[in-house]
Write a protein that binds this ligand. Structure first.
Ligand SMILES: Nc1nc2c(ncn2[C@@H]2O[C@H](COP(=O)(O)OP(=O)(O)OP(=O)(O)O)[C@@H](O)[C@H]2O)c(=O)[nH]1
Ligand SMILES: [Mg+2]
Length: 464
């Protein structure tokens, strides 16, 4: 029984001219529309050549029709696909005719939304459809296809199942409370909880990789004027994106360039050099640079190793860098002068004891944006620092939303473990496990709010 009473219509091929233009129709009226357009209902799942008729009986176009009766179709409803010639006028005329016959124009992602609502796919798979279409590299496309085929969802469901069993175990201790303490402290429960947390951590690692492939990384190049930021951007991009001159303060706006590193999309941002300035335009440029840094997955702080061998520019700027955004100190122009690593870095960055942890975490690299020396190491560093592990197979696409849900799941599992170790109340352990399961369910769509669903599908293209 279809959930929707109306029948939706949209072009499934992109706007413009092409060899073929496909119009897709889904809903209870699809068969009626097919009969009116072609004079008969095409045989299910067979390519049928036919004319597509206007209301006056004249042909709008001729092509192939494919009819998929419910529930064996993409949306789970009756679906009619018309493959005509790929001219925008023809495609629009077919859509208008289908609307005249009782259809309505589809919203973005509405076909996939119906597939989700009719249980053809879960929410993570629906998102993988969009990620597959938007894939920026072959690796990202392969990962999205695996997720679309349900590999990611299967991992989520396996964790969900393990969690459900664990809950049953804990809830039994509540229902039969005679020796509750023993139950909670018992090694079997602790071992199962450890196992589930391990499963959750492994899935988080997978999702982190997947998110990187689908959503990519944002890396901001910052530093003093003339450090070579724009030269580095041009080098990594492989073409002249930014103006490079020997004049400090050349770059004012934030420049964006998308590159691929081993299939991972990386959005590189070149920014205005940071220095004390009264110039209005330059000050605005610096404000934008700081704003970009705050949004970044990583900041590459460039230092001119020849002009600033102590990295004074970094020491001066460090306190103002956004907290929580990891920074790599990149010594540029090492063709002119070899930087002193790593002691020089520690010295330059030493801003007191409170900074000791950050200093230890600070990564540093030597490059020459001019000659290209050290750039392979820089590329590898960007992926490795983000936690990307090279692997040829098994990558699955995932989104920030999934990672957040797994983060909440993991927090509740940690809390359950704390309760368990402290021989706490069985109810409290059970409550944490319930909350963990609820968060996990959001990935595949169990109990997902309509507002979130609306947001997810609105980002799709029309006709998908
Ligand atoms: N020798 C040498 N020169 C470099 C290197 N990288 C950049 N330069 C030179 O340094 C000068 C400044 O380079 P830019 O890339 O414009 O520097 P920037 O950091 O973008 O400067 P602003 O936009 O002013 O903040 C230019 O003359 C570059 O040719 C390098 O690795 N080695
Ligand atoms: Mg520049």
């Amino acid at each position: 029984m279809p959930l929707n009473a109306d029948t939706i219509v949209a072009a499934a091929t992109p706007p413009g001219r092409g060899g073929v233009g496909i119009v897709r129709i889904s809903g209870p009226h699809a068969a009626v529309i097919a009969r009116a357009l072609m004079g008969r209902l095409p045989e299910a799942r067979y390519a049928t050549h036919s004319r597509f008729l206007a209301s006056d009986g004249e042909a709008i176009d001729a092509g192939l029709a494919l009819y998929f009766p419910a529930p064996h179709s993409y949306t789970g409803e009756d679906v009619l696909e018309l493959q005509g010639h790929g001219g925008p006028v023809l495609v629009e005329a077919l859509i208008a005719r289908a609307v005249e016959l009782g259809g309505r124009r589809a919203q973005p992602g509405e076909f996939t939304q119906r597939a989700y609502l009719n249980d053809r796919i879960d929410l993570a798979q629906a998102e993988a459809v969009a990620d597959l279409i938007d894939a920026g590299s072959e690796a990202a496309a392969r990962a999205a296809l695996r997720s679309l085929q349900g590999e990611f969802s299967a991992r989520v469901r396996a964790l969900d199942e393990a969690l459900a069993q664990l809950r049953a175990h804990v809830e039994a201790t509540i229902d039969f409370p005679t020796d509750e303490i023993d139950h909670l402290a018992d090694g079997a429960l602790a071992a199962r909880l450890t196992d589930v947390r391990g499963q959750c951590a492994a899935l988080q690692a997978t999702a982190r990789q997947g998110r990187m492939l689908t959503e990519g990384l944002t890396v901001v190049i910052a530093g003093a004027p003339n450090a070579g930021k724009s030269t580095l951007l041009n080098r990594l991009a492989g073409h002249e994106v930014a103006i490079v001159t020997a004049v400090p303060g050349t770059t004012r706006d934030v420049l964006r360039e998308r590159i691929l590193i081993e299939g991972v999309p990386v959005l590189l941002l070149d920014t205005a050099g940071l220095r004390d300035s009264q110039d209005l335009i330059e000050t605005e440029g610096m404000r934008r640079a700081r704003e970009a840094m705050a949004q970044a997955d990583r900041v590459l702080f460039l230092v001119d190793a020849a002009a600033d061998p102590q990295a004074a520019a970094f020491a001066g700027e460090r306190a103002q860098l956004p907290a929580g955004v990891p920074v790599t100190l990149v010594w540029n122009k090492c063709d002119l002068r070899e930087p002193r690593l790593p002691a020089g870095v520690a010295e330059a960055g030493a801003a007191g004891a409170a900074d000791a942890r950050a200093t230890a975490e600070l990564r540093h690299l030597a490059v020459s944006a001019k000659t290209g020396a050290g750039l392979d190491a820089l590329r590898s560093h960007l992926l490795e620092a983000a936690g990307f592990q090279r692997q040829d197979s098994g990558l699955l696409s995932a989104r920030r939303r999934h990672l957040e849900a797994l983060g909440v799941t993991s927090t509740h599992l940690d809390a359950a473990a704390v309760q368990c170790r402290a021989n706490g109340e069985g109810e409290l352990v059970a409550e944490e496990l319930r909350a963990a399961q609820r968060a996990l369910g959001e990935i595949t769509g169990a109990g997902t709010a309509d507002e979130l669903l609306g947001r997810i599908f609105a980002s799709f293209c029309i006709g998908k």
